[in-house]
Write a protein that binds this ligand. Structure first.
Ligand SMILES: O=C(O)CCC(=O)C(=O)O
Ligand SMILES: [Fe+2]
Length: 446
């Protein structure tokens, strides 16, 4: 974090915050009447307000903030969707729990880690072996919410092929061909997204000086033709429509595009279903618990390109005016499977407001819990704020895959995550509606 309180280190955001007067001296510890007001802003605000309210060490860019003063975004609460407000509340609760109960039973603080988990033994026929891997996943999901997996079985050629495709698409395809696939033509947000078209952090729309996001993207979603199982013929789009929302470049424009996507997406769908079984075990549920909910699952994926920055910045807390690749945000679905090229850039916000660079692990995928799973687990699994800042002189490519469940599935808080002492904090919600509401908030004209 910068010395002047610029928590997101982008040199542009903190002064968009205004001071609010708390109605109580102690910070709220759970959802309730006061929390909506306090969480009026985007994720930046949550973490600023949390650190101010609970730690009392942070100051705003232009305002010195007293310990018991909450900071709110200038934007009106009403401009945010209910699902975003809810996600903010969950993030706030995460911070609270880290700050107040963040210790293990022996009293030692649990270090914020992004562990490497070799999942090869999770393919074993022994349930005990699979449970051992699941226990490691549980640990990671209740800690940083991020972990690397190795031993996943996805061939290196398939991983390199999609990174190569991303490079070809972004660097060698004429702009007019890409523009013809512009996401503004898709109500499901599929297709090509030029640099600075969306802010992954919707709060940035209200800012006149938010750093533009330098990423370019290509988005697609599930279709039965990409599913190695062939699907069950029941796929429904985010809004429940029986359509295929994808938009693809022609074979003439980008030879091999669909085939390369199909090979990669098929591997990742298999892996995601496998991981969801491990997540079930990790949550003390029957291993097949989620199976009927992933027969035609939502699974948006993106090719992302982060150009080499004009002004690469070292990880120096005093540095200003950094170029942002992708603003600070949490993901929306159940969990994300991320493939990155060699250039680093992903940074994860620790509870003490430090941007922790995700370590590079050869041949791995980075997995992170997203908001829908955090909600579904009643806040037990953590969906953690992260961003991308390319600080190298190299361009960067990545391929995130955001795994959901069948979009037409309504879910209630998982039975293993509620108890008399910890009742469900969330009403039932339909998976697709939740994700669509979050996606719509990221682009001005969607
Ligand atoms: O490009 C990356 O490494 C991360 C992308 C990401 O966080 C996202 O698309 O949600
Ligand atoms: Fe993300």
């Amino acid at each position: 974090m910068n010395n002047d309180g610029d928590v997101f280190g982008d040199g542009a955001k903190a002064h968009r915050l205004i001071c609010g007067t708390p109605e109580q001296d102690d910070p709220p510890t759970s959802g309730g009447a006061g929390l909506d007001t306090i969480l009026g802003g985007h994720p930046t605000t949550i973490f600023v307000s949390a650190s101010v309210a609970f730690v009392g060490t942070k100051v705003g860019r232009e305002l010195k903030v007293p310990h018991n003063t909450y900071i709110m975004a200038a934007a009106a609460v009403s401009s945010y969707s209910s699902t975003q407000t809810e996600a903010r509340q969950a993030a706030q609760q995460y911070l609270n729990s880290r700050l107040t109960n963040g210790s293990t039973s022996n009293g030692a603080e649990r270090a914020f880690t992004v562990p490497e988990i070799n999942i090869s033994s999770s393919f074993s026929s022994s349930l005990e072996d699979r449970k051992k891997v699941a226990a490691k996943i549980h640990d990671a999901c209740t800690n940083s919410g991020f972990f690397h997996i190795t031993g996943h079985g996805v061939p290196e050629e398939t991983r390199q092929a999609i990174l190569g495709l991303a490079k070809r698409f972004f660097k060698e395809t004429p702009r007019s061909k890409k523009e013809a696939l512009h996401v503004k033509n898709s109500k499901y947000f599929r297709g090509y997204e030029p640099a600075d078209y969306t802010y992954v952090n919707p709060g940035d729309w209200e800012a006149t000086d938010a750093a533009p996001e330098t990423k370019e993207g290509f988005n697609w979603g599930y279709e039965a033709g990409l599913d190695p199982t062939g699907g069950d013929g029941q796929y429904r789009e985010l809004d429940g429509e029986d359509v295929n929302g994808n938009a693809w470049p022609s074979e003439d424009d980008v030879p091999g595009f669909y085939e390369t996507i199909r090979a990669y997406y098929g591997e990742i769908l298999n892996l995601a279903r496998h991981l969801f079984r491990l997540f079930a075990l990790s949550l003390d549920l029957p291993e097949e618990y989620f199976d009927p909910m992933m027969t035609h699952p939502g699974g948006i994926a993106r090719l992302l390109y982060y150009p080499a920055p004009n002004n690469p910045q070292p990880l120096d807390p005093a540095t200003k005016e950094k170029e942002i690749g992708l603003g600070a945000h949490t993901d929306y679905e159940c969990f994300t499977i991320l493939l990155c090229s060699t250039a680093p850039g992903l940074e994860i916000l620790s509870p003490d407001d430090k941007w922790v660079p995700a370590p590079a692990v050869d041949g791995s995928f980075i997995i992170n819990v997203a908001d829908f799973l955090m909600r579904w687990t009643n806040g037990v699994y953590k969906s953690t704020v992260h961003r991308v800042v390319n600080r190298t002189r190299d361009e960067r490519f990545s391929v995130p895959f955001f795994f959901s469940i069948n979009y037409d599935q309504v879910v209630e808080t998982l039975p293993s995550c509620v108890s008399a002492e910890n009742p469900s904090k969330y009403p039932p919600v339909k998976a697709g509606e939740y994700v669509l509401e979050r996606l719509r908030a990221t682009a001005k004209d969607m």
